[in-house]
Write a protein that binds this ligand. Structure first.
Ligand code: SF4
Length: 336
């Protein structure tokens, strides 16, 4: 399988092209690649270098994405192509998310979309998740996999930094069922400094996904000295509560030092609990602590009854009556 002609491209003068896939909208000269290093201008045509070039595939509990209100207790066939359009200094998947000679796309074997769907079905998965790296930049492949997945009765999910264009979302949402968007900071200067991307396109994507009927959850990895100040935590919480919905779950994760980003110590557990308080005070009904031993169960926002019990990522025990609390009948938001 040769490299695939890219979609969402504007042709410019002198053989240059502008990639309209993610909010960077890179202008790329002939012979050059975009910031993600997986889209290349060859003689005035843009090519995706990662169509079907999978660098990871695993059967994961859907909780691990994390998606807590989307078919809890089910398995999701989770795949990734190499590359990312962000440069997060704390990335936990840097070895597969940043292109280097060892994961150059052309060195990876080709996996046809049909095989992804077959494997998902054969392993008892109910969904396919595009995850681990940034799925936006493998858009063409994901689109083909998602169409086949829907035909086979499987759901699909993006675990994403949200840095896509409205054009990309318009083509994606008809075959997308769920998304977890990572809001990495709530200050544009800090967002740009640590990720290389602006904040506003991420927020716009969250609004657009929700409006399109995609089940949405939000994650924030809280890092001391980067995004743990009151203003940013309040900012994310208020954004979810007022611009999205009080029913959108917020996962607040604890950061642990990475080999290449170890100057900052692990996030104290009390910071996560404080952020969770901020979320609840903002009116959010479902707030979870990530990378903590506790705080992963779902309680009914109306009467407090535990409606989903989670044991790490291994299992989820549901205490729901057709999506409602069995004690008071309150409808728990989600896809059950
Ligand atoms: S996907 Fe984003 S980073 Fe990659 S070439 Fe296109 S605009 Fe640039």
């Amino acid at each position: 399988m040769s490299d695939q002609l890219a979609l969402l491209v504007s042709k410019l003068e002198d053989g240059k092209v502008r990639c309209e896939l993610c909010a960077h909208r890179c202008v790329i000269r002939p012979g050059q690649r975009g910031l993600c290093k997986v889209r290349e201008n060859r003689g005035g045509e843009l090519f995706s270098l990662i169509y079907g070039r999978l660098i990871a595939s695993h059967v994961d509990p859907i909780e691990k994405k994390p998606l807590y209100h989307f078919m809890p207790g089910s398995l999701s066939f989770s795949i990734a192509s190499p590359g990312c359009n962000f440069r997060c200094k704390w990335c936990q998947n840097e070895d597969i998310a940043q292109i280097s000679p060892s994961n150059e796309p052309g060195r990876l074997p080709y996996t046809p979309p049909e095989r992804v769907v077959e494997t998902a079905l054969a392993t008892g998965c109910q969904s396919i998740a595009f995850t681990y790296t940034e799925p936006t930049i493998s858009f063409e492949y994901n689109l083909d996999v998602s169409r086949l997945a829907h035909e086979a009765g499987l759901k699909t999910a993006y675990i994403t930094n949200g840095y896509m264009t409205p054009e990309m979302l318009e083509l994606t949402v008809p075959t997308l069922d769920a998304a977890n968007v990572d809001i990495k900071a709530f200050d544009d200067r800090i967002h740009r400094k640590y990720t290389a991307g602006h904040l506003q396109p991420v927020l716009d994507s969250c609004v657009a996904l929700l409006k399109a009927g995609v089940w949405l959850e939000v994650t924030t990895l809280v890092i001391p000295g980067v995004n743990d100040d009151e203003d940013q935590l309040q900012g994310v919480a208020k954004f979810i509560a007022t611009k999205l919905s009080q029913d959108v779950p917020w996962h607040i994760s604890r950061y642990f030092p990475q080999p290449h980003f170890h100057e900052i110590p692990a996030t104290p557990a009390k910071t996560i609990f404080h952020a969770m308080d901020i979320g609840r005070k903002a009116g959010l009904r479902y707030v979870y602590g990530g990378n903590l031993a506790a705080s992963t169960d779902t309680n009914c926002p109306n009467c407090g009854e535990r409606v989903i019990r989670r044991m790490g990522y291994a299992d989820a025990i549901l205490n729901l009556n057709e999506g409602a609390c069995p004690k008071c009948g309150f409808r728990i938001a989600g896809v059950w």
